[in-house]
Design a binder for this molecule. Sequence first.
Ligand SMILES: NC(=O)c1ccc[n+]([C@@H]2O[C@H](COP(=O)([O-])OP(=O)(O)OC[C@H]3O[C@@H](n4cnc5c(N)ncnc54)[C@H](OP(=O)(O)O)[C@@H]3O)[C@@H](O)[C@H]2O)c1
Length: 337
Amino acid sequence: MIVALQTETNQPISISQIPKPVAAAGQVVVGLKAAALNHRDVFVQEGKYPGINLPVVLGSDGAGVVVAVGEGVSDALLGREVVINPALNWGVNPAFYGKDFKILGMPDNGTFAEFIAIDAKNCYAKPSHLSFEAAAALPLAALTGWRALMGRAGLKAGERVLVTGIGGGVALFVLQFAVATGAEVWVTSGSDDKIERAVALGAKGGVNYRQADWLKKLMEVTGGGRAGYFDVIIDSAGGPSFAKLTDAAALGARICFFGGTNGNITDIVPSKVFFKQLNILGSTMGSDAEFADMLTFVEKYQIQPVIDSIFPLEQAQTALARMNEGLQFGKIVLKIG
Ligand SMILES: NC(=O)c1ccc[n+]([C@@H]2O[C@H](COP(=O)([O-])OP(=O)(O)OC[C@H]3O[C@@H](n4cnc5c(N)ncnc54)[C@H](OP(=O)(O)O)[C@@H]3O)[C@@H](O)[C@H]2O)c1
């Protein structure tokens, strides 16, 4: 079968032939119709991820059809259209994953492939309103956004939400989930065009974080004063600008982050956090129950993932380069077969 294989750090993916996987006990083989990229794939390619183990088939996101079942798995699954949950072995504690937790697509072979062997319990029915490409855009990003916004920050209808870096794959799902919940959503981006596109998806407005006074501008357009404005802030950039989020936060707000694209968080003024009674929360991926809840929400509100572009599997390297340049708005998808 054809796969996109990362053989060496900082080298382009090689399109290779490897043997088709076989379903072990408890597993199925999924014939993948589509996969999608996450920033994680770029980090693995660049060697900027813990525990790199090469060669590896990259890719955490995939959707396809069950073509074989292993021992102990019902034949009824054959032919099922599924989307794969890439959070492997979360375990029983909803607050934190267990010691065997890992993310599909390193160290285990991932979804940039024609076939994958995966535990049957990680396969969920593809939402019926979604194409394979749209369903493949969901798993890692939508799960991460769902837990950050709902599980950790506990968003309620009517609250004011700020989503930073709206061009990001996770950030766009957070926007869509928050709008569907009935929140007032604002965004930041390094691109005015991306802010306009976020407004078309239901955001109330946004500011460009490349302007030095973006926080002041944001408080002006929202009418927020010195006490801040947002009940919930979702960030993945981290870095020096994170401290400004404590000014944007309303009294008692929840700031949840799940990434550190811009490096270490610096210069947070402690008194701003404790006098304002802020909650700063970290989040990673999500539990099996959260994956199921996210899919139910996507079906209920007929959410269509925002797809930036679709490349054939054979052009996975071009797709990774696009993500690395940060040009995308929404998910970059690979069409397989
Ligand atoms: N912990 C987890 O479970 C988990 C899961 C998924 C992702 N992550 C992490 O979260 C981050 C985003 O992942 P992704 O896959 O969504 O990546 P992505 O699609 O490549 O998005 C990255 C986005 O970061 C934004 N950004 C860059 N500099 C910024 C700044 N100074 N302020 C605000 N936003 C800024 C950009 O937004 P604009 O284009 O709008 O400027 C860009 O689109 C990565 O660090 C990733 O490793 C963690």
